[in-house]
Design a protein around this ligand. Structure first.
Ligand code: PAN
Ligand code: ZN
Length: 149
């Protein structure tokens, strides 16, 4: 299993208020989320699964959230399964059509192929969810970093 920690300094561009980001970074560098990934191989047909933990909190008016990405391989769908906490998954296709889906304990969120996805912790507790996706899906963060949701 691989552990990834995303602190505010790792994702400053992803937040709207740069003023707020810099103000917080002057004093501290909070952990926004952690990802625990299990990958058996990168082969087509194999699956990857991860647990994401998003901490509660806000940067200005925006809640703590994941960076968000499209899958590089456009044919790759994904399933999220809520473990604890409360939040929203934001989905968006290449034409800009958007959908917001609630995520909480025991709730399944289906992410269709070629939909960007970001998850936001709107609650007071940690938001934890499991995700399952093709091992060769790949992650493309650039479009979201530049244009947001
Ligand atoms: C998830 C995400 C995870 C972190 O496993 O990768 O929640 O979000 P970011 O990758 O946007 O930082 C997933 O959607 N995998 O494909
Ligand atoms: Zn994904």
């Amino acid at each position: 299993m691989k552990k990834l920690v995303r602190k505010l300094s790792d994702m400053k561009d992803f937040y709207k208020s740069q003023k707020e980001v810099l103000k917080i970074l002057e004093k501290r560098n909070p952990v926004i989320y952690e990802v625990y990934e299990t990958r058996h191989s990168d082969k087509n047909g194999d699956l990857c699964y991860t647990t994401t933990i998003i901490y509660p909190g806000k940067i200005g008016k925006e809640y703590f959230m994941t960076k968000g990405h499209f899958h590089k391989n456009k044919n790759s769908a994904e399933v999220y399964f809520g473990l604890s906490g409360r939040g929203k998954s934001l989905l968006m296709d290449k034409k800009g059509n958007k959908k917001t889906v609630e995520i909480k304990k025991d709730k399944i969120v289906y992410i269709p192929p070629d939909f960007a996805h970001r998850t936001v912790n709107t609650g007071k507790q940690k938001l934890r969810f499991l995700s399952v996706y093709p091992s060769d899906a790949g992650h493309d963060y650039e479009a979201i970093r530049k244009n947001g949701f």
